[in-house]
Design a protein around this ligand. Structure first.
Ligand code: PGA
Length: 256
């Protein structure tokens, strides 16, 4: 079963609109001479305020898809400070990152809210990129597999298998995010297999074989080739290294 790889850049709370546009131009320039047929799916996730300008920049570029870093699940109403899926679709956003550990940790998002968001995103025809991963403490306690499985089971509750196959998962061990400490590729692959088995239990083997599962956590140009060589790693969710066009393009090349 061949799954098309995805390289996604999570820009987090970085870049003004001008800087986001510059970075987008740099990535477009960097991929323009690459063989289009062997490119991975490329996704970039700027801050909300840059989405409109970046969408404009991507109009002529079919190779790069636009993602937001969050959304709200209600269609409209008195939810001060939130952004609906209609508003995102309006800007050609096709992917939404949900359940990032920073949102779970600093903004108290729980599995139930992440599940509601996943359902709303799929109902709107967009792709959720659902993040999961353990803390260092959980890893040391030996509960990595059960914790990650439980996050996935809860995120996918009440979603039909035919919809689950469209979901993208990102396994991001929290201790590897922004620390420069990459999770050993074989270990990342092992946990990703645990996630795939969990999906198989929820939605069947055929669906589990189709779901793209990314690795995230200090991915760099120097780590991507080994990561992509693993049987079950289908790409990367990249934070820090996605903020430099050159590095992000090198990572894209590493997934070709
Ligand atoms: P990092 O971030 O690549 O800077 O570790 C990854 C992420 O949080 O998605």
């Amino acid at each position: 079963m061949s799954r098309k790889p995805i390289i996604a850049g999570n820009w987090k709370m970085h870049n003004t609109t001008k800087e986001s546009v510059e970075l987008t131009k740099g990535i477009i320039e960097g991929i323009k001479d690459l063989n289009k047929d062997s490119l991975p799916e490329i996704v970039i996730a700027p801050v909300f305020t840059s989405l409109c300008s970046v969408a404009c920049e991507l109009k002529e570029c079919k190779e790069i898809a636009l993602s937001s870093q969050n959304c709200y699940y209600e269609p409209k109403g008195a939810f001060t400070g939130e952004i609906s899926l209609d508003m995102l679709k309006d800007l050609n956003v096709t992917n939404v990152i949900i359940g990032h550990s920073e949102r779970r940790q600093y903004f108290k998002e729980d599995d139930e809210m992440i599940n509601k968001k996943a359902i709303a995103i799929l109902e709107n025809g967009l792709t959720p990129i659902i993040c999961c991963g353990e803390t260092l403490e959980q890893r040391e306690m030996g509960v990595t597999d059960s914790h990650v499985s439980s996050q996935i089971v809860k995120a996918l509750e009440n979603i039909e298998p035919s919809e689950i196959e469209k979901v993208v998962i990102a396994y991001e061990p929290i201790w590897a995010i922004g620390t420069g400490k990459t999770c050993d590729s074989q270990e990342a692959n092992r946990v990703i297999k645990v996630i795939r088995n969990t999906i198989a239990q929820v939605a069947g083997n055929a669906v589990a074989e189709k779901v793209r599962i990314l690795y995230g956590g200090s991915v760099k140009p120097s780590t991507i080739v080994e990561q992509m060589a693993q049987s079950d790693i289908d790409g990367a969710l990249v934070g820090g290294a996605s903020l430099k066009a050159e590095d992000f393009v090198e990572i894209i090349k590493g997934a070709m």
